[in-house]
Design a protein around this ligand. Structure first.
Ligand SMILES: NC(=O)c1ccc[n+]([C@@H]2O[C@H](COP(=O)([O-])OP(=O)(O)OC[C@H]3O[C@@H](n4cnc5c(N)ncnc54)[C@H](OP(=O)(O)O)[C@@H]3O)[C@@H](O)[C@H]2O)c1
Length: 315
C-alpha cells in the first residue's frame, strides 16, 4: 500500500510516498480504507523525529487523524468488540505514529476497535478527519481542569482547531469563556461562542485580567504561551498545557498536562464528539484538501501559520 512518510527524520521535503506491505485487520481490529487524513502541528514533530525513537521501522508515517471506509473487520476479542463494525461503515479514528498501528497518512489504517467512531451524520469524510485528535484533546483538557458551570475559562490560540473546539465544548458545559484573537479572527472566535474576546499577544494575561481582575478559574493554553499566559489564572486555579510545560516554581496554579496519546482507546469519547457535531455544538472546519502526495506542501503551509480550519490530505 501507499503511505506518506519519511525514511529519515527531517523537514517537509523528507516526506515522500512509499510502498509498504498491506496490513490486515487482526482480532479486535478493523481496517479502514483511508479517504482523508488531517494535517496537525504534531505531525511536523513526528516528521522531525521530535518524539524520540519510533517503535516502528521506517518509513516513519505521521498523522493522528483518519477518516475512511471500513473494509475489513477482525474477530471480536474479550477487550475489543468489533461486532458493531461492518464493511462499508464510514468511520473516523485516532492514530498513533511511532507505535501501535502507526500514523494516519496511509492508504489502509489498521485500528483497534475502540479507537474509532462513526462519522457525524451529514458530514464528509474530509470534514470528519478534522475531529478525532483535537476533539479528544479538548475533552481531556476540560476534564482535567474540572470547572463547574458558571466558572470562567480562558483559551489562548482560540482561532485554531484545538482552541476552537475547547471554546465550543466549554460553552456547552455552561462555562463562561474568554478567548484571544487577532483582529481578523475576532468574529471567528465570537462565532465559537466566546463571551469575551481579547487581543492576542504577549500581554494576553494582562488583557484577561482587565476583564477578570482576580484571574480566571482555568486556562487552556492552545497557543503554548506558557509563562506569558499563566498570570491570567487566579490563585488556586488550573492551567492546561498541551506541550508538557512544567509550570513555574512557587506558583499555586495547578498545571495539568494534556496528552491525547493517552486517549487512543476512547472510541466512546469519539462517539460523544460525533454527537456534539450532530447537535451543532462543534464546528468542523476544513482549510483545504490536497492529494496525499502533496503532504510536504501541506506541512509547509501549516508551519507558515495563519491556516484557519484544517488542511486535509486525501487518498
Ligand atoms: N498534548 C496533546 O495531546 C496535543 C493535542 C493536540 C494539539 N496539541 C498542541 O496544541 C497546539 C494547538 O494545536 P492546533 O491544532 O489548534 O493548532 P492551530 O490550529 O495551528 O492553532 C494554533 C492557534 O494559535 C495561534 N497562535 C500562535 N501563536 C500565538 C500567540 N503567540 N498568541 C496567540 N495565538 C497564537 C495560531 O495563530 P497563527 O496561525 O496566526 O499563528 C493558531 O490560530 C499545538 O501546539 C499542538 O501541537 C497538543
Amino acid at each position: 500500500m501507499r503511505v506518506i512518510g519519511v525514511q529519515e527524520y527531517g523537514g517537509p521535503e523528507a516526506l515522500a510516498a512509499h510502498e509498504v506491505p498491506e496490513p490486515h485487520a487482526g482480532p479486535g481490529q478493523v481496517r479502514i480504507a483511508v479517504a482523508a487524513a488531517a494535517v496537525n502541528p504534531t505531525d511536523t514533530n513526528a516528521r522531525e523525529g521530535a518524539y524520540g525513537e519510533s517503535e516502528l521501522p521506517p518509513p516513519h508515517v505521521p498523522g493522528m487523524d483518519a477518516a475512511g471506509v471500513v473494509d475489513e473487520v477482525g474477530e471480536p476479542t474479550a477487550e475489543l468488540d468489533t461486532s458493531r463494525r461492518h464493511v462499508g461503515d464510514e468511520v473516523m479514528a485516532i492514530a498513533l505514529p511511532q507505535r501501535g498501528h502507526g500514523g494516519a497518512y496511509v492508504q489502509y489504517l489498521v485500528a483497534d476497535a475502540d479507537s474509532l467512531a462513526t462519522i457525524p451524520a451529514g458530514r464528509s469524510l474530509v470534514e470528519a478527519s478534522t475531529l478525532p485528535m483535537n476533539g479528544l484533546t479538548a475533552l481531556q483538557a476540560l476534564d482535567k481542569l474540572g470547572l463547574e458551570p458558571g466558572q470562567v475559562l480562558a483559551v489562548t490560540g482560540a482561532a485554531g482547531t484545538l482552541g476552537g473546539y475547547v471554546v465550543e465544548l466549554a460553552k456547552d458545559r455552561g462555562l463562561t469563556v474568554i478567548a484571544d484573537a487577532a483582529d481578523k479572527d475576532r468574529d471567528r472566535v465570537l462565532g465559537f461562542g466566546a463571551d469575551h474576546v481579547v487581543p492576542r499577544g504577549d500581554d494576553v494575561a494582562a488583557r484577561i485580567r482587565e476583564i477578570y481582575p482576580d484571574g480566571v478559574d482555568g486556562l487552556v493554553d492552545a497557543a503554548v504561551q506558557n509563562e506569558l499566559a499563566l498570570p491570567a489564572v487566579r490563585s488556586g486555579g488550573g492551567f492546561a498545557t498541551v506541550r508538557r510545560w512544567p509550570g513555574v516554581e512557587g506558583s499555586d496554579v495547578t498545571v495539568h498536562s494534556v496528552w491525547v496519546f493517552d486517549d487512543y482507546h476512547r472510541g466512546d469519547r469519539l462517539d460523544d464528539l460525533r454527537r456534539a457535531v450532530e447537535d451543532g455544538v462543534l464546528t468542523l472546519a476544513v482549510a483545504d484538501t490536497l492529494p496525499a502526495e502533496q503532504a510536504a506542501d501541506a506541512h509547509r503551509r501549516l508551519a507558515q501559520g495563519g491556516t484557519r480550519g484544517r488542511l486535509v490530505l486525501t487518498f
